[in-house]
Structure formats: structure tokens, C-alpha cells
Design a protein around this ligand. Sequence first.
Ligand SMILES: Nc1ncnc2c1ncn2[C@@H]1O[C@H](COP(=O)(O)OP(=O)(O)OP(=O)(O)O)[C@@H](O)[C@H]1O
Ligand SMILES: [Mg+2]
Length: 508
Amino acid sequence: MKLELRGITKRFPGVVANDAVDLVIEEGEIHGLLGENGAGKSTLMNILYGLYTADEGEVLIDGEPVTFAGPGDAIDAGIGMVHQHFMLVPVFTVAENITLGVEHTKGLGLLDRRSAEAEVHRLSEEFGLPVDPHAVVEDLPVGVQQRVEILKALHREARLLILDEPTAVLTPQETEDLFRAMRSLKESGRSIVFISHKLKEHKAIVDRISVLRRGRIVGTADPATTSEQELANLMVGRPVGLTVDKADRETGEAVLAVRGITVLDARGKPAVDGVDLDVHRGEIVAIAGVEGNGQTELVRAITGLDPVAGGTIELLGRDVTAFGRKELLRAGVGHIPEDRNREGIVGDFTVAENLVLPMWDAAPFAERGRRRFGAIAEVAEREVDDFDIRTPSIHTTAGSLSGGNAQKVVVAREFARPLDLLVAAQPTRGVDVGSIEYIHRRIVDKRNEGAAVVIVSSELDEVLALADRVAVMFHGRLVGPFPMPVSREAVGLLMAGATPDEAMGATR
Ligand SMILES: Nc1ncnc2c1ncn2[C@@H]1O[C@H](COP(=O)(O)OP(=O)(O)OP(=O)(O)O)[C@@H](O)[C@H]1O
Ligand SMILES: [Mg+2]
């Protein structure tokens, strides 16, 4: 299908999310959408999928104008979408999720489970998207859940597939698998709109790139002939630094001392298995690892979200093993959580309220039982400015922010208070290159000011750029930390379970 958007404009209170956007997506094309956080990418795609109605402009399919009253109409027209946040029913099986709403029925409304499952099987074979139709969705890793979303769209006969930041939550291997499936979808004549903040990915998979800035298309680029630096400059509108400046620094006392901690998963098995870790003032320890090796649980334990089953955690010599989350946050621990929607922001609260969340009932934001709105607003305005949070105002509810801007609210908040320890999990997930540059600079500043910093990231580039020492989680155990420089290859080998000798030896 050939799809054309003409003069699409969409306004929200206080912001023009899309401003007279023209865009053509050819049949059998993978079209990249690139743009800063809040540039209007998701909004434009939500219009195309019938979730939002444009204030102006039209959509044409194969030259014919179409109007969508809802996603049902878009689906009927052959458009499928995989959202930034998945929309599956967690307690249903893969097959149930895929066939939900388009169940095969035998005559009198009896569900024909068998033929639905056969169809799912056929699609998954054809496009290289392996899933177990009987598996319950909530038990599956995100990469597989995403395949389910894609299969669901294909089952509804999508000819054009919108993938909104599909790789943000994927491991490098899962990304490779997704790209392979995308190529075979393209070969079948389907079109794909691909949204990602990772410039490398646009260069690897996309045929043509359209760049959005503040709601407008500012250019198109050929990924084969445009460098990452040129792409970054085009989307941000100024030169962007893609590397981190970090001077050597003396380290100080141990801020965090973890001794032999064990954390159990929901089934009672050790997800973290006897981990020791010291982190000192003035250093960044980066923890790499393939998702699911215990790094999430390790962070949850040291930030007071989950109890430990054994071992101790000390903060500046004080035993904090039994501290709850609030106590820890007030004892000088900052946390940028991996799941910003669950632990990071409160969607119904305003941007300002979210920016002072852990301190809302303490000075200077509250005094003698009264909230001090002036103090809250002052801090909020400054943070919005410093972190370039694109929001109509500090009184806007955080739930209406774009994905990357919501992440910036969480990051800004944790930087706004004095910290001895900063624990940052996937701090730049979903964040645009300009803001990654800024967040990385602020993390290095925190370290330079004498905080101890722990970063958990599945982005090897980020790990290698920020780490003073690097460790790897594998099967619940921590290998390292090793002082930098450690090569990318060595970290990769450790992530795959090699011993330190094997990993370091192989690359010397
Ligand atoms: N439902 C909504 N209500 C109010 N404002 C909204 C809504 N959805 C989006 N916006 C605003 O529209 C603008 C564009 O947001 P959009 O989500 O399209 O950005 P994006 O390019 O997808 O960004 P990101 O890379 O962070 O995902 C932002 O300023 C956002 O705050
Ligand atoms: Mg978005």
C-alpha cells in the first residue's frame, strides 16, 4: 500500500504536536521517523492508526482519501501498530491475544481455537517470529511479547505496520531478530514505519528517514549517505556531541558496600545470588548484562523496592539492609527506575508535583504541615528548563508527556537533590540524542561532585562511555567490577558467560 499524509495538524492544549505534516510511505518501504522527544512522532502515528483525529489535513491510501473514526477503521484499511507500551492482555495466552476480537467462529459463535492457532503458527513461520501459542503473555520476555504484538497486526492482515520505538526495550540479539523479521515483511511488499532514537538502527534497517522537529518535517535523509552526526544535527537543529568527556578523578570512601546479598524471584529462586559490590565516592560503576540475569532485582534491592533474602547492604558504614524505600531515598540514595511508568512518575500528578515527589512533604516544599507551592514551582521551572522537558507548562499532567519527556522528569528529579549514591537503571531509554548528551554530562557531574554512581544499562555504548569500572551480571552473579578500559568484545564475552580470564585473554 502507498500511504500519504497531507497537511496533518494536531493541537493539544498549549502545544502544536503536528504542524502541517506531509509524509509519503511507499509500498514495500521501511520508513524511519526520527525526532527529538516531543517532536510529534507518536502523535502522528496515533492519527494514522485512528486513535487521534487530526485537526486539519488528510490521509490517502493508494491515492484515495480515507477517514478513520477509530483504530477499527485503520485496521480494516490494513494498518497495524505496535505501541511504545504494549497493549496485550497479560493473563491470556499468545494465541488468545492474537485472535482477540477477530476470533474464528464455527457457525453458532463457537470459538475455533484450532484454526486460529494454526494461522498464528503459519504467520510466525513465514516471518521468522517464533512464539509458543500456548504460553501466557505475562510470563514472556518483552522481546517475545513484541513479536506477539506484530503477529496480532499481521493476523489482522496489516499491509502497513507502525513500530513505535520497538527496540527501546530489546537486547541487541532481540533487535537483530526483529530486523530480520522486518526485512522479510518488506520483501512480502508490506510497508513499515520505524521509530527509534538510535541512529545506528536507522542506518542499519531503514530505506528513507523523515526528520520531525517541533511538529514539523524538517527534512528527509538517505541513511546510506548521511552520517550519524549529520542525522543528530538535523534532528536537534544544532551540533550534538555523541561522546562523553570524562576526566580522571580520585575516588574516595566506599558509599555503597553490598555483602553477599541474595534476592529471590517470584518463584523463590535466587535472581541475585551472593553478590558483593563496593562503590566509592567519585566513581561510576556500570553494570552490563543481558536482560534477565538479575540486574533488575539487584537494583530493586539496593533501592529498597524489594527485600533481600540474605546478606547486608551498607550506606556510608550504616547498615541499611532493612530500610524501606522512603527511608533510603531520604538517606541520600537517588534512583532512576527502569520502569518509569510504574515506579517513576505518577501520571495523574502534574509535572511540578512529579519533580518533587520524594520530597513533597519535606522542606523546602512543605513547612509546618503546609505545602509551599512557590518553592515547588521554582524548582520545577528550573528543572524543566535545564533538562529541556518539552511540556506546555509545569502544571500539565505528567501522563500526557511524550515517552522521552516523562523519562526526563524522572532523571531531573533525582538530580535535583543532594545524593551520596545514584542508582540509574537504563537512564536514557527512549531519550533523544541531544538529551542523552545532557543526561550523560549530568551523571559525570554527579560523580565529579563526589557521589557514588551505579549505572545499569543494556546499551553497551552507554556502559563503555560512562564507566570507571565495569561489571557484568550473569545468572545472578556479578563478575567484576574491572577498571576501564575494558574492550567492547570483552564485555560482550562476559555477558555471554565467559570467565574473566577467557574474556580478557581473548581480546589482549
Ligand atoms: N494525549 C495528549 N494530551 C496532551 N498532550 C499530548 C498528548 N499526547 C501528546 N501530547 C503532546 O504532544 C507533543 C508530541 O508528543 P509525542 O508523544 O507525539 O512525541 P514523540 O515525538 O513521540 O516523543 P518521544 O520520542 O519522547 O516518544 C508533546 O508535547 C506532548 O506533550
Ligand atoms: Mg513517542
